[in-house]
Design a binder for this molecule. Structure first.
Ligand SMILES: [Zn+2]
Ligand SMILES: [Zn+2]
Length: 242
C-alpha cells in the first residue's frame, strides 16, 4: 500500500464516500460512485444503438442501425454517445448538481462519466475537448457551467487538451424545456460563435454536455465548429432523454 492509499483510507474514516443518489454511506464492497440500490436504477446505453446519434433501441434484436432521424438528415457531429438514460438516479443527481448547485454531486458525476468506456468510442482519435458554453447571464445565475465540470474530468482521465473558450454563446435563449425538436432547432440557431478559427482548424473535437435531449444544441455547436474548419466532431453526454 502506498502513501496515497494510506491517506485515502484515513480520509475515508472521517469523510466516508456518500452515494449522491440517496446520501447513504457507501459500503467498502460497493462500487465507487453509487450505492448498489441507486446503481441498479441506472440504465446504461450500451445495447443496440444508432451508430451516428447513439439513440438506444432497447428491444430491438437488429443490432446497431441508423435511426430515422439520421437517415433523414445527418447531424453535423459524426458520433454522439451518452452514458445512461436520463431517468431515476441519473436524472435526480443531475438536477441536484445543476439546480441544487451541489458541486460534490457534480464531481462524482463527472468522474463517473470519465471512467465510463463507451464500447465503440476511441478518445485517441480526438485532439481537443470543448464544453457546450452557457450564456454569461446564465453562468452568473448558476455560478458554474456543468459541462465544464464534466469536461475537466474527461481531460484528466483521457489526457486531452481542454479549451473552455472555444465556443461562445452569443445570444441569451429561453429554456429549451417544453419545446419540440423543430422549435428547439429554431431557438438555438446561430447562437454559438467560435472564438478562434485557428484553434478549431483541422481538429477532431469532443463536445461535452450533461444531457442530450433532441440533440439540437450539440448539433448547432457542431455546425459552428465545422464551419470554422473542424474535421470531426463527437458529442459526449452523461445522459440522454429516452
Ligand atoms: Zn444510493
Ligand atoms: Zn441516429
Amino acid at each position: 500500500m502506498n502513501w496515497k492509499n494510506i491517506i485515502q483510507n484515513i480520509t475515508d474514516i472521517f469523510y466516508p464516500p456518500i452515494c449522491p443518489g440517496c446520501t447513504a454511506i457507501l459500503r467498502p464492497e460497493e462500487e465507487k460512485y453509487f450505492c448498489s440500490d441507486c446503481r441498479e436504477k441506472i440504465r446504461f446505453l450500451t445495447g443496440s444503438i444508432c451508430p451516428v446519434c447513439g439513440i438506444a433501441f432497447f428491444d430491438s434484436p437488429a443490432g446497431n442501425h441508423l435511426c430515422g432521424n439520421c437517415i433523414g438528415q445527418r447531424p453535423f457531429f459524426s458520433v454522439a454517445r451518452a452514458v445512461a438514460a436520463y431517468e431515476n438516479t441519473i436524472l435526480k443527481t443531475i438536477q441536484k448538481f445543476k439546480y441544487g448547485r451541489d458541486l460534490s454531486t457534480g464531481s462524482v458525476l463527472a468522474r463517473f462519466m470519465a471512467d465510463f468506456s463507451f464500447p465503440d468510442f476511441d478518445y485517441k482519435k480526438y485532439s481537443l475537448i470543448a464544453p457546450v458554453p452557457l450564456h454569461i447571464k446564465k453562468l452568473r445565475q448558476r455560478g458554474f457551467n456543468q459541462s465544464v465540470i464534466l469536461a475537466k474530468a474527461l481531460k484528466k482521465k483521457w489526457r486531452l487538451p481542454l479549451n473552455y473558450f472555444l465556443l461562445k454563446r452569443t445570444k441569451f435563449t429561453l429554456t429549451q424545456t417544453g419545446l419540440d425538436k423543430k422549435e428547439r432547432e429554431k431557438n438555438i440557431k446561430g447562437v454559438f460563435k467560435v472564438t478562434s478559427d485557428e484553434a478549431v482548424d483541422g481538429q477532431n473535437i469532443i463536445l461535452v454536455d450533461d444531457v442530450y435531449t433532441t440533440g439540437s444544441t450539440l448539433n448547432e455547436c457542431a455546425k459552428t465548429l465545422r464551419k470554422a474548419g473542424a474535421k470531426e466532431i463527437a458529442a459526449l453526454t452523461l445522459a440522454r432523454v429516452i
